[in-house]
Design a protein around this ligand. Structure first.
Ligand SMILES: NC(=O)c1ccc[n+]([C@@H]2O[C@H](COP(=O)([O-])OP(=O)(O)OC[C@H]3O[C@@H](n4cnc5c(N)ncnc54)[C@H](OP(=O)(O)O)[C@@H]3O)[C@@H](O)[C@H]2O)c1
Length: 208
């Protein structure tokens, strides 16, 4: 599958290297242009390729891994998504450590804002509920880490869940953006919730 990643810091680079290692065709972009990614990609010894933002945004599945305040720079209203999948990995921080501040969306949620910015995309929320150093940390033998997923389009949620499974994680689809997406957002009940599940579980493997 052709995967585009916009944002090339902790989240973008981790997703790029993991998906490339899982044999996907990965394009990754940042704000400073492809040449600025040559050294980090070489150092990561990955087959993921540096691209422009528009090239990454043209892929079948696009991961949004930029700061919340940059989202509207990336998602321009004239973009034709044609039902392609946009995975929202963002959290609604307006500033990071040491002065973490969360945007006041006045009852709205980040993924619903993103879905309105990309109305012809199928938006799926994933990869935002845990720090990346936790998501990909080793697990005890026989256990997999759970990764929550939300979205309004069942097929898009299944596609992203399959991608997550391919990285050795255990996807759990919680529901639609308006309910489950909010539960996954900063301050929501499953944000920062870390769960491990048996790697082989007859009760859930039958749904594969
Ligand atoms: N870090 C985590 O563990 C973690 C976990 C879950 C969710 N998240 C969320 O995931 C998102 C990414 O987090 P992060 O920690 O990887 O880093 P970040 O500091 O939030 O994002 C920096 C990356 O975004 C790029 N960027 C900024 N504006 C851009 C634009 N207009 N077009 C293209 N790229 C742009 C930057 O490129 P340049 O350097 O070239 O400007 C850089 O590669 C955030 O929303 C964060 O809240 C983070």
């Amino acid at each position: 599958m052709k995967i585009g990643i916009v944002g090339a810091a902790t989240v973008g680079m981790a997703l790029a290297t993991k998906f490339a290692a899982a044999d996907h065709d990965v394009l990754i972009a940042n704000s400073r242009g492809p040449q600025s990614l040559a050294a980090p990609l070489a150092e990561a010894r990955t087959t993921a390729k540096a691209a422009s933002v528009s090239e990454a945004l043209a892929c079948d599945v696009v991961f949004l891994a930029v700061p919340w305040l940059k989202v509207s720079e990336v998602l321009r209203p004239d973009m034709a998504w044609g039902g392609r999948i946009l995975v929202d990995a963002t959290n609604i921080f307006v500033s990071y450590a040491p002065n973490f501040r969360i945007d006041d969306l006045k009852g709205d949620s980040g993924s619903e804002v993103i879905a309105r910015l990309a109305p012809s995309a199928r938006v799926v929320k994933a990869f935002n509920t845990l720090p990346f150093k936790v998501i990909f940390a080793p697990t005890p033998a026989g256990l997999k880490r759970v990764l929550f997923v939300a979205g309004d389009d069942g097929e898009a949620v299944s596609t992203v869940s399959a991608l997550i499974k391919g990285l050795g994680l255990h996807p759990v689809a919680l529901g639609r953006l308006a309910e489950a997406g909010r539960q996954m957002e900063l301050g929501g009940p499953v944000n920062l919730l870390e769960l491990l599940t048996p790697a082989s579980n007859p009760a859930t493997d039958s749904n594969d």
